[in-house]
Ligand binder design. Structure first.
Ligand code: ADP
Ligand code: MG
Length: 250
């Protein structure tokens, strides 16, 4: 569903991604771990076209969606079409980024209306159903500031799902939460995985990676150092860098 082919990304002189190759199949839950600054967020942002890559190719559902930036050139037609494919990817960030002036329900319905031109009546039922799935149907008319961090993050997940993405990307979705609120968010993510959603999850929650992940990727210094079955990565990592990272955090 996603294929990254030899992806390079630099910010000025700083090379952050150094030849990333990664394929994600339908129904996989790929958990990405690695030290801070290793390029995990940048990789997700490149997948989602929030960053333009410096070199390489990105395919979504076999469509080439990436292009290498050439100065300040206008995007051509293919490039503009490619960018539209980003709506196939839902993204959930560390900070929930809900729209504070909109109710919970409106947070879910706004993007389908504005981006996809759906009618409010059409999307409302789906939005209510999603709120039910994340256990927040009774909060539909609240404003985000009235909710706990965990509830806000569950709304953010429902909001991403409201666009009917075929892949969900999560960038440390529980890192900004008080410890007692982490579980409810992981529970929603686990349910989503059980329902067969294809997911790429950057996380420090090793328990989640081990239990829910179908594959774990260890990144360091802009490269994928090691990947494999969660059980194998956590109990018998091969690379020295993976071992020393896991020793520090486990
Ligand atoms: P991680 O998510 O693994 O902690 P990031 O992808 O956020 O790592 O960052 C990797 C490196 O890229 C870091 O050195 C970071 O400072 C740098 N970086 C990330 N985004 C930018 C940016 N927009 N401009 C300049 N440097 C950036
Ligand atoms: Mg990050």
């Amino acid at each position: 569903m996603i294929k990254l082919e030899n992806i390079y990304k630099s910010f000025g002189d700083l090379e952050v991604l150094k030849g990333i190759n990664l394929e994600v199949q339908e129904g996989e839950v790929v958990c990405v771990i690695g030290p801070s600054g290793s390029g995990k967020s940048t990789m997700l942002r490149c997948m989602n076209q929030l960053e333009t890559i410096t070199d390489g190719k990105i395919y979504i559902d076999n469509n080439l969606v990436s292009f290498v930036k050439k100065g300040k050139d206008q995007l051509n037609l293919h490039e503009r079409e490619a960018i539209k494919l980003r709506t196939n990817l839902g993204m959930v960030f560390q900070r929930f980024n809900l729209f504070p002036h909109l109710t919970v329900l409106e947070n879910l319905t706004i993007a389908p209306q504005l981006v996809k031109g759906e009618k409010p009546e059409e999307i409302k039922d789906r939005a209510l159903d999603l709120l039910k799935r994340v256990g927040l149907q009774d909060k539909k008319d609240e404003y985000p500031t009235k909710l706990s961090g965990g509830q806000q993050q569950r709304v953010a997940i429902a909001r991403a799902l409201a666009m009917n993405p075929s892949i969900m990307l999560f960038d440390e979705p529980t890192s900004a939460l008080d410890p007692e609120l982490v579980g409810e968010v992981l529970e929603v993510m686990k349910k989503l995985a059980d329902e067969g959603m294809t997911m790429v999850v950057v996380t420090h929650e090793m328990g989640f990676a081990r239990e829910v992940g179908t594959r774990v990727i260890f990144m360091d210094e802009g490269q994928i150092v090691e990947e494999g079955d969660p059980e194998v990565i956590f109990t018998a990592p091969q690379a020295e860098r993976t071992k020393s990272f896991l020793n520090k955090i486990l």
